[in-house]
Ligand binder design. Structure first.
Ligand code: AMP
Length: 371
């Protein structure tokens, strides 16, 4: 392999990609990599599952220098899980070239991170809060940053991180290259692009409804008090290889997990859990020991969980965008998937919006609870 689908890369990067089994760029990679390699700023609208991590990870390792001992690449992400996942991917892509990647997130001992930082990593993947903590302690310096990536910008916005992101970027050189990725583009994301970036190239990879074609989407009308019964039936009836069951809050996620306690297939993941417990839940899900995972939006966003056959919206998503994000967790990289959304008596307004957007691709499920 002398190029990556026509993209000329260093031999070390090509070797690393070959080890990963990547033979050609995904559409977003084909469009983002050449732009980022020229050093230009970029705004990328893309969903998780499109290969967007690789789209910025490859330019990072191509443009930065692994023989220099300063921090040159900074990736900001909203959650710890995403931080770990993105670090793994950058580490894999940069391994052959000798890059060191540090992961900085809350919930892990800061001393351990001090030790990692003393090894002079070239790239840091961080959640904003913990990175600010390090900056205040003087354990991280950003004056050598050449490329800054803001990943899942809309999620960082939802979680209230944008002020932190601005404070962090103000400590990097103005000459830096900046790339921002986001699945959706609310006005606040446009604003940050305007404030923090120079004449960015906009790349948009996504039809407005990217998941519609490959995901079979159903709704199921079910009264609030019958939802647990409906879920039990579905879990026994459907051919479920692995499922994410979404709840709106961590308390509701816990409550549902308790109600399904007797089903050994069920695990739970939410932001209120300790870091160790979250990683354990993820691992059990990944290894199919608990192939049914009850999760909140925040906990599940951005995770690379490649083999989800079903997304079940036990609680109706807050809005259409959240719906698309959740449903996008199945059918990644073009695989087929099924989404089932429970519509309760209080969900009619949002259900109406969903129906208007999705039209005939949202079908009524055949399960009849009341027969
Ligand atoms: P992402 O959208 O970055 O979360 O990536 C989704 C999944 O696709 C991850 O498991 C990646 O490792 C994988 N992936 C990304 N780019 C490629 C590629 N060019 N070829 C094959 N797999 C890829």
């Amino acid at each position: 392999m002398s190029t990556f689908g026509g993209l000329t890369l260093r031999p070390e990067t090509l070797r690393a990609l070959r080890q990963l089994g990547w033979t050609a760029p995904t559409p977003i990679q084909a469009r983002v990599i050449p732009v980022m390699m020229t050093g230009r700023d970029l705004v990328g609208q893309a969903q998780t599952g499109s290969g967007k991590t690789g789209a910025y990870a490859i330019p990072l390792v191509e443009r930065l220098n692994a023989t220099v001992r300063t921090l040159q690449g900074l990736v900001l992400v909203p959650t710890r899980e995403l931080a770990l996942q993105v670090s793994d991917e950058i580490r894999a892509i940069g391994r052959e070239a000798g890059f060191k990647v540090v992961t900085l997130f809350g919930g892990q001992s800061i001393e351990r991170q001090f030790a990692d930082l003393r090894r002079h990593p070239q790239i840091a993947v961080a959640t904003p809060g913990r990175l600010l903590d390090h900056l205040q302690r003087g354990t991280v310096r950003l004056s050598g940053v050449i490329i800054a990536i803001l990943d899942e910008g809309d999620r960082m916005l939802d979680m209230g991180f944008l002020p932190d992101v601005s404070r962090i970027l103000s400590q990097t050189p103005v000459s830096r290259q900046t790339a921002l990725f986001s699945a959706t583009m609310p006005t606040a994301i446009h604003a940050i692009a305007k404030q923090q970036m120079r004449d960015p190239v906009w790349v948009r990879i996504a039809t407005p409804m990217p998941t519609v074609e490959t995901v079979e989407q159903f709704y199921l009308e079910v009264a609030e008090e019958d939802k647990v019964r409906a879920l039990r039936r579905l879990l026994n009836k459907e051919e479920i290889e692995s499922a994410l069951v979404f709840r709106r809050t961590k308390h509701r996620a816990d409550r549902l997990a308790r109600a399904l306690r007797s089903d050994r297939r069920v695990g739970v993941l939410h932001g209120g859990m300790r870091q160790g417990a979250r990683l354990q839940a993820l691992r059990a899900f990944g290894e199919k020991r608990t192939p049914i995972l009850i999760a909140t939006n925040v906990a599940s966003r951005g995770l690379d969980l490649p083999e989800i056959s079903h997304v079940i919206n036990f609680d109706m998503p807050e809005d259409v965008e959240t719906y698309i994000h959740r449903v996008g967790r199945t059918a990644r990289m073009g695989r087929p998937g099924t989404a089932i959304t429970f519509v309760g008596q209080y969900d009619l307004e949002i259900f109406d919006q969903l129906q208007r957007q999705l039209g005939s691709s949202l079908k009524r499920h055949s399960l009849n609870l009341y027969r």
